[in-house]
Design a protein around this ligand. Sequence first.
Ligand code: ZN
Length: 218
Amino acid sequence: MAQQDTDQPVNDESNESTASGEFIVDTEDCEARELAHRERGTSRPITVVGNPVLHKECKDVTEFDEKLAQLIDDMFASQRTAEGVGLAANQIGVDLKVFVYDCPDDEGVRHVGHVVNPVLDELPADRRILDDSNEGCLSVPTAYAALARPDYAVVRGQDMHGNPIAIEGTGYFARCLQHETDHLNGYLYIDRLSKRDRKDALRQMAEGTPRYPVVAND
Ligand code: ZN
């Protein structure tokens, strides 16, 4: 997911963990963990809307090996180059269910992590509070559109070693978890827009120039 196009509040002091045992802690040592990944990784160009790899469901990961670890490192490197807050494997052309994130929540707390084979929890009705904020995507460069999504999300999947994990997000980070899971199921956020808003986003993309390397479509 692309960074917000508005100023993001930054508040590193409020970095207290509220995670219960059920959810991973992804708010500690963020700087060191993100740096270690991207230093081992190689940045790759980003696929854009129209590339078939973005428009079909990715394959489940079944091998939790060195290649998967390298993919995750490359994704962190690519995410940093493109200044993204989340990146799915098919956005660097890899047809596997993995995403990485480096994303602030609405309190300005930074979350860094990865998840393999993610599935979103169905939310009970009382947790489905829609937040109608702007959203952007590295694969739809320079475009933004308002999109209503629940302001709370839980993703379950595995870590790079195959251990089961669950990630909890609120606000902008909840949006990111939903956006990246959508990618791996073959959907872009513009697929959730009205016809008119989708057309407008594609027009913004056509008129803009990405600030990072992209894969040209045939
Ligand atoms: Zn995206």
